[in-house]
Design a binder for this molecule. Structure first.
Ligand code: DGL
Length: 260
């Protein structure tokens, strides 16, 4: 099967990397919207039209299923995309519900990290209102982390300092879970793990998304069981240097060390 992956930039590679581990026999085509990354600080209307344009480009490759490996794009455009295209489409949203459920017993708070645009959407507000009866969810955008990632900035000391300053207003003893609700953020999950107190769990959406993809492939009876599979990396600006950067980022995710 040919599975399309989409993100504004490098973030969705964290999900693709998980897919390559769990579903290695499929063919993947990944499209990054390099003409418009980052989405987080932009307006909903602008980002929605960027997404529709980029997905139209991706559809030229005759993909059989689409993973929107971007929480922001999912919250802004998944309904429109499902109306426009007949193929199965899997989206992502911050894992607020499982985080709240996991925390019920401990009475601790949940901190959701995601882009401003995701956090501003009615969809996010509705999700939190639905599952957070006790008012334990706090939300924090980390726009610079997307920029660091796009620049392949993995300087351990610098990023640790950044996390420290962003988390300084929070009493971490009150928190039980941090949700990574933007696919760029898991590039920094290990660093965050090192600096958070050990009782805090980190949840990101990649494993759940890939499980849904696997279930969908099986349901339609279209999962590949053999062969090497392939990965084609594309970007909306057609910039070869960026494609090389995507390859580097994917290799970093497959290896053991990201930080310098
Ligand atoms: N990777 C993105 C997400 O999951 C969007 C980051 C951005 O373009 O600001 O939300």
């Amino acid at each position: 099967m040919t599975i399309g992956f989409f993100d504004s930039g490098l973030g969705g590679l964290t999900v693709l990397s998980e897919a390559l581990r769990k579903l290695p026999h499929e063919d993947y085509i990944y499209m990054a919207d390099t003409l418009h990354v980052p989405y987080g600080p932009k307006s909903k209307d602008d980002v929605q039209s960027y997404i529709l344009e980029a997905i139209e480009m991706l559809m030229q490759y005759h993909i059989d299923a689409l993973v929107i490996a971007c929480n922001t794009a999912t919250s802004i455009a998944v309904a429109e995309l499902r109306d426009m295209y007949a193929i199965p489409i899997i989206g992502m949203e911050p894992a607020v519900k499982p985080a709240v459920e996991m925390n019920r017993a401990t009475g601790k708070r949940v901190l959701v990290l995601a882009t401003q645009l995701t956090l501003q959407q009615e969809k996010y507000y509705a999700l939190v209102s639905r599952v957070d009866e006790q008012g334990i969810v706090d939300s924090l955008p980390l726009p610079e982390l997307v920029q660091f990632c796009e620049a392949l900035q993995f300087d351990k000391r610098m990023i640790t300092e950044y996390f420290r300053s962003k988390l300084a207003p929070y009493n971490l003893n009150d928190y039980g879970i941090v949700v990574l609700g933007c696919t760029h953020y898991p590039f920094y999950a290990d660093l965050l793990r090192e600096m958070l107190p050990p009782h805090i769990g980190i949840v990101d959406g990649s494993a759940g998304t890939v499980r849904r993809l696997a279930a969908m492939l099986h349901r339609y009876g279209i999962a590949e069981s053999q062969g090497n599979g392939s990965v084609k990396l594309l970007c909306t600006s057609g910039d070869q240097a960026y494609v090389n950067k995507m390859r580097t980022a994917l290799d970093l995710l497959a290896g053991n060390t990201i930080y310098t």
